[in-house]
Design a protein around this ligand. Structure first.
Ligand SMILES: *Cc1c(COP(=O)(O)O)cnc(C)c1O
Length: 389
């Protein structure tokens, strides 16, 4: 049996007629840049996420870039972020000439360790940098410890830019909100990606910036189109960060189904848990299951963009699963402080032990919404037989 890591064909098949109709409408209108499709999707996304402003942009990477630009981040500034994420999180900081200061991670959630963030702020100051912003990442589809991060940011006057690329629709417990708040609605800005492998994916690259601030929203909209307002008059320098009308049209078809997909992913996660807990691999401690920290407190506490297990003999297991037709992936094999492009930051190799451990021990299993019970039986059976060998 073959179980791919992701099956976009199965995902899109039931929607094909509707998606093609939406695409055809844009093609017939010839309105490819901005326009009513982008505006409509921005309104729908803002309503879904419970934010005042949602601004469509060209990718999750550009969402981070434009959010940092809106904070005026540049040379001499420090931005605090996790050592363990997709490259774009740190790359966006360096591209603006600012310096990223990394933090270690919590070994249970793989998200930013807040005490380590406090230390990073002090380190930035003593190295002569101005700490201006902090980028928590909601890795794998679960919120970072936003209560502690917001408190730290308030105390140290940092802007909070949430990297919610893997976490659209994830909720986090917040006092006074019985259903919690969506991530991306908690900090000053939230950044989302519609890369095809995210829970809400388009047919290419796309992204979104959210904010409750009128002033930041205005600035992001101006930066998105070369900093021009009115057209051809530039008081500031921006870029071409626009979301295509075609992508917006596709996203509007898909957004109403997102909660159902989240529910399917959560069902699949529950099945893995139940089945894996009966294996010797778990009882003997060879593998550790992901922890849904806020389960029961809010809906969508974890949306399993990835179902990541921590395992013994990771690379061998990956090979074995591959030989048995199971697709897996390592997110991410090299922490930021060990990347060649960040060698100039001069971090000691052992600076972030939990990040290093995660890079060496974690493995993402197939979790996509269309996965069947039989496929999961196959995956669990293969894991079980690997550790029984
Ligand atoms: C996917 C991702 C991004 C970048 O999004 P793109 O749309 O691919 O540019 C940024 N941060 C994280 C955590 C991501 O997973």
């Amino acid at each position: 049996m073959r179980v791919p890591l992701l099956d976009l064909k199965a995902h899109n098949a039931p929607l094909k007629a509707e998606l093609m109709a939406a695409v055809e409408e844009v093609v017939d209108s010839c309105g490819f840049i901005m326009g009513p499709k982008v505006e409509a999707f921005e309104k729908e996304a803002a309503a879904y996420l419970g934010v005042k402003h949602a601004i469509g942009v060209s990718s999750g990477t550009d969402a981070l870039l434009v959010a940092l630009m809106a904070c005026g981040i540049g040379p001499g500034d420090a931005v605090i972020t996790t050592d363990f994420s997709f490259f774009a999180t740190a790359g966006a900081v360096s591209r603006l000439g600012a310096r990223p200061f990394f933090t270690d991670i919590n070994p249970v959630t793989y998200n930013m360790d807040v005490e380590s963030a406090r230390a990073a702020i002090e380190m930035a100051k003593s190295a002569g940098y101005r700490p201006k912003a902090i980028i928590p990442v909601h890795l794998y589809g679960q919120s970072a410890d936003m209560k502690a991060i917001m408190a730290l940011a308030a105390e140290t006057s940092l802007a909070v830019i949430e990297d919610a690329a893997q976490a659209i629709g994830v909720r986090y417990p917040v006092d006074g909100h019985p259903q919690g708040l969506c991530v991306g609605a908690i900090g000053d800005m939230g950044c989302f990606s519609f890369f095809p492998s995210k829970n809400l994916g388009c047919f290419g690259d796309g992204g979104l910036v959210t904010t409750q601030s009128d002033a930041l929203a205005e600035k992001i909209r101006i930066l998105r189109a070369h900093g021009s307002r009115p057209k051809y008059y530039h008081a500031i320098i921006g870029g071409n960060f626009r979301l295509d009308a075609l992508q917006a049209a596709v996203l509007s078809v898909k957004l109403p189904l997102l909660d159902q997909w989240h529910a399917n992913r959560r069902r699949n996660a529950a099945r893995y848990r139940e089945m894996l807990q009966q294996t010797k691999a778990v009882s003997d401690g060879w593998i550790q299951l992901p922890v849904d920290v806020y389960d029961g407190l809010v809906p969508h506490s974890h949306i399993y963009n990835q179902f990541v297990i921590r395992v013994d003999r990771r690379d061998e297991l990956k090979e074995y699963l591959k030989d048995n037709g199971v697709g897996t992936e390592i997110y991410y094999p090299v922490p930021f402080h060990r990347q060649i492009c960040f060698a100039d930051l001069a971090y000691p190799a052992e600076a972030f032990p939990e990040s290093d451990k995660a890079a060496a021990e974690t493995l993402a299993l197939p979790i996509y919404p269309e996965l069947t019970q039989e496929m999961q039986d196959h995956v669990v059976g293969a894991i079980d037989s690997f550790y029984s060998k």
